[in-house]
Design a binder for this molecule. Structure first.
Ligand SMILES: [Cu+2]
Ligand SMILES: [Zn+2]
Length: 193
């Protein structure tokens, strides 16, 4: 009788083990399925923004590819409170003290200057950053109009990021009457994750 109970106990233990192992495998499958749904490791590009035209502006721009979408985050510090225009300019060249070496707005599709997402706009027309009383500001944008590291006309790598002293009015041609260039950065390909 005692032996019978032991056998039953062993069977119950074995059954529990089988169930536990099955659940563990199911979980692994679930994790694998989730991984398949996520986009593959992707390209990133960064720009470190330094001050020009005697400003103290610093900042960063991070472009990250997520599937077919490029997500951009720009953060700046030490800027005057208010709206400050930020664009991608055609040259990744910040050698001039006033930032003019970055050229005009990046406009590979030959359109008019404007507001992102409304009618005609340059591929470099990111928009305005609202800088707070603490001198910091942030702008985010996600688009399938840009590429990272492809070498096509839509590739942001090798272009410049320019922060302006004034706001972009989104109508004045060719660059929104945004004033002096107070920050400049070169967009460079980053290590893939
Ligand atoms: Cu600009
Ligand atoms: Zn423009």
């Amino acid at each position: 009788m005692k032996k019978g109970v032991n056998v039953f106990g062993r069977q119950a233990l074995m059954l529990s083990l089988v169930i536990a192992v099955s659940i563990a495998f199911l979980s692994c499958d679930a994790v694998q399925d989730l991984a398949d749904l996520l986009p593959p490791p992707s390209e990133q590009a960064h720009a470190s923004i330094g001050s020009t035209s005697g400003s103290n502006v610093t900042g960063t721009a991070v472009f990250e590819q997520i599937g077919d979408t490029i997500a951009l985050t720009i953060e700046i510090q030490n800027a005057e409170p208010g709206l400050r225009a930020v664009h991608i300019h055609e040259y990744g060249d910040c050698s001039a003290p006033d930032g003019t070496s970055a050229g005009g707005h990046w406009n590979p599709t030959n359109t008019a200057h404007g507001k992102w997402g409304e009618g005609e706009f340059h591929l470099g027309d990111i928009g305005n950053i609202m800088v707070g009383e603490d001198g910091t500001g942030k702008i985010e944008l996600a688009t399938d109009l840009w590429e990272i590291g492809t070498g096509s006309i839509r590739d942001v790598v090798g272009k410049g990021i320019i922060v302006h002293a004034g706001a972009d009015d989104f109508t004045s041609q060719p660059s929104g009457a945004a004033g002096a260039r107070i920050g400049c950065g070169v967009i460079a390909l980053a290590e893939s994750q």
